[in-house]
Design a protein around this ligand. Structure first.
Ligand SMILES: Nc1ncnc2c1ncn2[C@@H]1O[C@H](COP(=O)(O)OP(=O)(O)OP(=O)(O)O)[C@@H](O)[C@H]1O
Ligand SMILES: [Mg+2]
Length: 228
């Protein structure tokens, strides 16, 4: 069952690690181009939800549907291909490849999709300019600041114009000023490109950049209603 108009939807997900329930009947959906903030206490199941939505973790029961296709019905290779072409990822610590320069890191998703080096790096540079980090293109991740590294990671997540970007506490390791700027650029760039964003965060101020906020508690999701 998929909510009308949704691009990606999870229905009644359950996932247990040993005897620890991580998801306990979680349902969630995101529309094309929508920015959804996912909040909730530590250990409530936010990352597990994100990993199930992205087809990285298989739930014990429940369904994840993307563009009308059920992820569990696809082969591992099919899910990997989908992640390469349709999804982008940003994690708390950028997880850039240390041996590659920043521009090579950003170009990587395009290279994996078969784009030639020159064209891939040209597109990568455009995204780095948008994220205001084109000046560190030739440096390696170990030679840039935390905020610059996260903006490079955001550029990498957006470079292949994915339909959905998953961000798991992308500003968790940054000071508030840097964090705010990364968040602003991530949501702005995603909006311009019509990319949906599922953004896990501890910080309530992130809600300023989202269209909708969802709270995960004890492995279940509910929409956050603001008291007026
Ligand atoms: N790979 C794993 N192996 C065992 N238990 C896990 C694993 N991943 C998550 N868990 C457990 O599942 C529950 C939900 O974890 P999850 O990482 O989804 O929480 P979270 O909301 O992302 O927390 P945080 O805000 O601290 O990142 C926790 O009790 C956690 O200990
Ligand atoms: Mg987490």
């Amino acid at each position: 069952m998929t909510p009308a108009g949704s691009l990606l939807a999870a229905h009644d997900l359950h996932k247990t690690y040993g005897s620890t329930p991580a998801l306990d009947g979680a349902s969630f959906s995101v529309h094309p181009g929508e920015v959804v903030a996912v909040m909730g206490p530590s250990g409530s199941g936010k990352s597990t939800l994100l990993h199930c939505l992205a087809g990285i973790v298989t739930p014990d029961s429940g369904t994840v549907t993307y563009g009308g296709r059920e992820l569990s019905a696809m082969s591992d290779a099919g899910r990997s291909a989908l992640r390469r072409t349709d999804f982008g990822f940003v994690f708390q610590f950028g997880q850039l490849v240390p041996e590659l320069t920043c521009v090579e890191n950003v170009a990587l998703p395009l290279r994996l999709n078969g784009v030639k080096r020159k064209e891939a790096e040209g597109t990568a540079l455009e995204w780095m300019a948008r994220l205001e980090v084109d000046d560190v293109a030739a440096k390696r991740p170990g030679e840039v600041s935390g905020g610059q590294g996260q903006r490079v990671a955001v550029a990498r997540a957006l470079v292949a114009t994915p339909k959905v970007v998953f961000a798991d506490e992308p500003t968790g390791a940054l000071d508030s000023l840097n964090g705010e700027r990364v968040m602003e650029l991530l949501t702005e760039s995603a909006r311009t490109a019509g990319t949906a964003v599922v953004l896990v965060t501890h910080e309530a101020r992130v809600a300023a950049y989202s269209d909708r906020d969802v709270v995960v508690r004890d492995g279940r999701c509910r929409d956050l209603e603001y008291a007026v």
